[in-house]
Design a protein around this ligand. Structure first.
Ligand SMILES: *Cc1c(COP(=O)(O)O)cnc(C)c1O
Length: 482
């Protein structure tokens, strides 16, 4: 190391040389932990910052008060903070107390333990991803889950891609490029900003033919729009909105019948796509993939990480010959999933073979079905600790609230829940107090994300399961509401 090229310090400030700091015994632990390159950079940046602030102070004091030179220990301490920050993971686990279980911005479905174990195994050892263990030849990665998906949905075949947006894109690119796709105006959805049916259609090379009106579409609207250019009739699930009032939509079965009468295919973008009838668990009704296939759809696409409760993925199920064409499209290679996704998906799907245990083992379903009394009890148990951490400036109460399934699944349905409702003790400046509180909670080692609503911060306890409660309460004393 010959680096002593620290730029000249102002007369009043003598900074230790970079080398001297790096070679100091105080630096040894940081060098061991972060390596020489990162440490050199951190020390240089620290010294540069100290120089700049000393110069500023000097100017402010008109050059009369010479600043104290920082010691090596001080430089190491400050460099250590820089290094810790630089090496801290950017993707962090948080507490989702928003009340939205499948929160897209917080990563949607949490994986069941079986899936987690399978992912770890697939990450740390070679696997038969595309290797046929029967004959030693090349395999197809979709084969790993195809029979399971077919059993659970009644479809003939299946392929998996990166997400449902990819599933829709690939399906349209394969079956509708250069041709027309008929979609009801009531179903031209936008999901989370970037997924819009008209845009995806354009990217896939298809031409959208809109029929009906926003609130009413009739069978004859589809019928009259069919031309020699028509490739598909498509239905899109109204995932994140509801059209109510004077409405008319044509059922999947009717649209399929019309399509087939004209030798056309019928495609459904189901969005969330549940594999089971959620009413069996006391949840609102959502059409299942099986029902959609039974109603005559030739292709159905849906997400892996919404109601299904698995990893991010897009499943395309349906007729064998269509799936075969979809799999041959060059985009399939670009959109295919990794072994980690398949590793997580397979055990998640297998949980569905044992429906009696599903609500216990499938994390998302367990959260959806968590008894309100359970959350109410936890709210009462946590109240005092949270109040103590927040101090007298805030009032913490237990309160009934309503969770959402999220990710556009059942957007108008609420799940009765319970949690903590926090509002500033002093009504003046309540807005600012709440913003501070929110920021403080976000600043915790494991950030706590709540929901601002009605001049209060709501912490919905549905997604705070027993196993995580200690981690939640243990960090509360660190709360800093400056
Ligand atoms: C969620 C959704 C999508 C997008 O699915 P991703 O898995 O997020 O890509 C597309 N269509 C509908 C109807 C949806 O609900």
């Amino acid at each position: 190391m010959t680096d002593t090229a620290a730029s000249p310090a102002p007369a009043a400030l003598r900074l230790p040389a970079v080398d001297k700091v790096l070679l100091s015994p105080e630096m040894a632990a940081l060098r061991e932990r972060y390596g020489l390159d990162a440490c050199t950079q951190a020390v240089r940046e620290t010294l540069a910052q100290m120089r700049a602030s000393a110069q500023q102070q000097l100017r402010a004091a008109c050059g009369s008060a010479p600043a104290d030179a920082p010691t090596i220990v001080e430089v190491v301490q400050s460099a250590g903070q820089r290094l810790a920050q630089r090496f801290a993971p950017r993707l962090r686990t948080v507490f989702n107390l928003t009340g939205t279980v499948l929160h897209t911005n917080l990563g949607r479905a949490l994986l069941p333990q079986e899936a987690v174990d399978a992912v770890v195994a697939a990450m740390t050892a070679p696997a038969n991803l595309e290797y046929d263990l029967e004959d030693g030849g090349r395999g197809d990665r979709d084969d790993l889950i195809e029979s399971l998906v077919c059993e659970l949905t009644g479809a003939e075949a299946c392929t998996v891609v990166n997400n449902n947006a990819a599933a829709v894109l690939l399906t349209l690119a394969t079956l509708a490029a250069g041709r027309e796709v008929i979609v009801s105006r009531g179903e031209l959805v936008e999901i989370g900003g970037a997924f819009r049916i008209p845009d995806v259609m354009a990217r896939a090379g298809g031409t959208l033919v809109e029929v009906g009106t926003t609130n009413r579409t009739h069978a004859r609207d589809y019928e009259e729009a069919i031309s020699e250019h028509t490739a598909l009739l498509m239905k899109v699930h109204c995932s994140n909105y509801a059209i109510t009032g004077f409405t008319k939509a044509v059922s999947d079965a009717e649209v399929a019948t019309i399509a087939h009468r004209h030798q056309r295919h019928m495609v459904v973008d189901l969005g969330s796509g549940t594999l089971v009838d959620l009413r069996e668990w006391g949840l609102p009704y959502e059409v299942t993939v099986r029902e959609t296939i039974e109603s005559g759809a030739d292709i159905v696409t849906f997400s892996g990480d919404k109601l299904l409760g698995g990893p991010q993925a897009g499943l395309i199920v349906g007729r064998k010959e269509l799936i075969a064409r979809i799999k041959k499209h060059p985009l399939k290679r670009a959109l295919r999933v990794s072994k980690l996704t398949l590793a997580a998906l397979e055990p998640t799907l297998r949980l569905y073979l044992h429906p009696e245990k599903l609500a216990e083992r499938l994390t998302t379903l367990r959260l959806f079905t968590r008894p309100q009394a359970d959350m109410r009890e936890r709210a009462q148990a946590l109240l005092a600790q949270v109040q103590q951490a927040l101090g007298p400036r805030y009032v913490v109460e237990t309160a009934e609230m309503h969770s959402q399934i999220g990710s556009g699944a059942l957007p108008v349905e609420n799940l009765p829940s319970w949690g903590l409702r926090i509002h500033p003790a002093d009504g003046r400046q309540a807005g600012r107090q709440l913003t501070r509180l929110e920021a403080g909670l976000r600043g915790l080692p494991r950030p706590v994300i709540g929901r601002l609503h009605d001049d209060a911060l709501w912490l919905d306890l549905r997604c705070l399961e027993a196993a995580d409660e200690t981690a939640f309460t243990r960090q509360l004393p660190l709360l800093n509401i400056a």
